[in-house]
Design a protein around this ligand. Structure first.
Ligand code: HEM
Length: 176
């Protein structure tokens, strides 16, 4: 929110319009139809920096073949959520923080082809059972914080943070 003040302002104006100043946000206010930009901002936050960037290792209980690769039973499989989040085939300009990509208002050619909830919380039988609780908690945290506060950098921190948003946590030799 400090790096993208215009996004913070747009989320806050959505909260102001729907909730106003006379009551706190509550979970009953949650919904894509009610506050689409807040939902898009949550999705984009998780896509931009997946909290568990290399998903907990899995282990096949029998031999398997996937897209021509033979995977012997017992192999350690690490799904790379970070690489999925940075795949330009799924997300146009993947390093940019852009909630609009999840809204219809965006140019349809840049609409994501993958929902971040389908890789940020893991896969298959071991997918995170706390996903809904996590998303509701995040929504409450963001809605309450931006309802009450404006988050800004102090002047003395501004120059240090200026380019932080463009940094990548990881780089891969074979990124497209
Ligand atoms: C943004 C918040 C969260 C993220 C990004 C997240 C992500 C993940 C990921 C990636 C896994 C591994 C899934 C896999 O092995 O494929 C996992 C597992 C798990 N998560 Fe979460 N999680 C979050 C919040 C929570 C919350 C709030 C709870 C509980 C209240 C929770 C409980 C668990 C448990 C118990 C597992 C182990 C599931 C198993 O191995 O069968 N998580 N989570």
């Amino acid at each position: 929110m400090t790096l993208h003040p215009h996004i913070q302002a747009r989320v806050r104006s959505e909260i102001d319009a729907v909730i106003g100043h006379n009551r706190f946000p509550s979970l009953g206010d949650r919904g894509v139809e009610k506050m689409p930009y807040l939902e898009a901002t949550l999705l984009e936050s998780m896509r931009w920096h997946p909290p568990v960037s290399s998903i907990v290792p899995h282990l096949p209980i029998r031999d398997d073949t996937f897209r021509g690769y033979f995977i012997p039973k017992g192999t350690t499989i690490i799904a790379n959520a970070w690489a999925i989040s940075r795949d330009p085939a799924h997300f146009e300009s993947p390093s940019s923080f852009k909630p609009e990509r999840f809204l219809d208002e965006d140019d349809s050619s840049s609409t994501p082809t993958v929902d971040p909830r389908h890789f940020v919380f893991g896969f298959g039988r071991r997918i995170c059972p706390g996903m809904d609780l996590a998303l509701h908690s995040l929504w409450m945290g963001v809605a309450l914080t931006l309802w009450a506060f404006e988050i800004k950098l102090r002047d003395e921190d501004a120059s240090e943070m200026k380019n932080w948003g463009d940094r990548e946590r990881f780089t891969f030799g074979n990124t497209r």
